[in-house]
Design a protein around this ligand. Structure first.
Ligand SMILES: *Cc1c(COP(=O)(O)O)cnc(C)c1O
Length: 387
């Protein structure tokens, strides 16, 4: 039987022809297609401007740099997040402050923001985990003045919070177009920010600090440049944007399909107590269904998560881990040894979640097979006293 991957992008003929068009045009790097993609996002998210870059991490790095984040500054992050977001804080010399998450949604707890906030807090970085909307109002109501709310919307493109599209709900947001995400450009990311000056500075920094792309310098005669501050090389290629131009219009269709598949998993798993889906919220929102995460009750099983994942692999099933709690990675454990004391939920989730295969083209039969295998592995590894 063929392998069921954790995720697989849905790439159609349109994407392929557009990439070929770029390759044949002689223009591969940042140019007119990136500009068109940015405009498409502005229209969709009702923005004046946005910045396409080569990863979601790069989008956050640029934003953090524009906030002049550095030594002495703190950023509150949920411990359950993708490590690259925390790495950026660390690399800039600032301090990541790990906050615990809700055990049922894996999302940043507002009471943790309240507890951990100091006058050094510059930003808080909640994740719209799995594609459900984080409760932004609950953070806004406890945040000190001057602190920036930055949405890690890597999972939530196309989702909504209280009737507003994710990405238009707060000061700033980042998206990712990694191949597993709801829309892909191969690798890629987007920075959204209400402050046009920040966005302008970020654009400048994304092109080594020279501010103009090769397209503008070589093809549009804007050859003179100046450098006000050194930047990075984070620009998105036209080859990448070519994919995005045909992925974004399919987003709503992808989410519809993902929602249907998630509901089918709900149905298949409803009687299995040892496997609990997480990431549901009850306030008004639209779930973007990036991933389908379940928490497995390893307390009653005689098998580790690593073994569990390996058993699934033997059955030709790939799964994801979203996420191991960042405070438990060696570097962070050594540097912030006390974080562990208060991160009870994050620690528990980080050790017991797996993300099931979910992508628009997965078949219902494959979903049924996945759940059958889950049941078998659980059934054959129950600890003695539970038999
Ligand atoms: C994917 C992801 C990112 C950033 O991804 P890139 O690979 O840098 O595009 C950030 N945060 C979360 C929660 C993610 O899942």
């Amino acid at each position: 039987m063929s392998f069921i991957p954790f995720s697989r992008p849905s790439i159609g003929k349109e994407e392929i022809s557009e990439v070929v068009d770029s390759l044949e045009s002689g223009w591969l790097t940042t140019g007119p297609k990136v500009e068109r993609l940015e405009q498409m996002f502005c229209t969709r998210l009702d923005l004046q401007d946005c910045l396409a870059v080569n990863s979601g991490t790069a989008a956050w790095h640029l934003l953090a740099k524009c906030l002049d984040l550095g030594k002495g500054d703190e950023v509150i992050v949920p411990a359950i997040t993708w490590v690259s977001m925390v790495n950026v804080i660390e690399l800039l010399g600032a301090t990541p402050v790990f906050a615990d998450v809700d055990i049922d949604t894996a999302m940043l707890l507002p009471e943790e923001v309240e507890r951990l906030q100091t006058d050094r807090t510059k930003a808080i970085l909640p994740v719209h985990f799995a594609g459900a909307a984080a409760n932004l109002d609950s953070y806004k109501s406890v945040m000190n003045e001057g602190v920036l709310l930055v949405e890690d919307a890597a999972h939530a493109l196309g989702g909504e919070y209280r009737g507003v599209e994710i990405g238009s709900c707060s000061d700033a947001a980042i998206f990712s177009f990694h191949p597993t995400k709801n829309v892909t450009t191969g690798e890629g990311g987007l920075l959204v920010c209400k402050d046009p000056q920040i966005l302008q500075r970020a654009r400048n920094l994304s092109l080594n600090g020279v501010g103009k792309s090769s397209w503008e310098r070589l093809e549009q005669g804007q050859s003179e440049v100046d450098v006000l501050e050194p930047g990075y090389k984070y620009n998105m290629l036209d080859i990448q944007a070519a994919l995005g131009l045909h992925q974004l219009p399919k987003l709503d269709g992808f989410i519809e399909k993902r929602t249907e598949l998630a509901e089918y998993y709900d149905f298949l798993l409803k009687d299995i107590d040892e496997i609990r889906p997480i990431g549901r919220v009850s306030y008004e929102h639209k779930h973007a269904w990036h991933i389908y995460v379940v928490k497995i009750n390893f307390d009653i099983l005689d098998i580790s998560r690593a073994q569990f994942v390996f058993e699934l692999k033997k059955q030709h099933i790939g799964v994801g881990l979203h996420f191991k709690s960042v405070h438990q990675f060696s570097y962070y454990k050594n540097k912030y040894p006390h974080a562990n004391n208060t991160l009870t939920n994050s620690t528990e989730l980080g050790e017991s979640v797996i993300s099931l295969p979910l992508f628009p083209a997965i078949s219902k039969q494959d979903q049924e097979y996945v759940v059958t295998c889950l049941k078998k592995i659980v059934g054959s590894n129950l600890k003695r006293k539970w038999l």
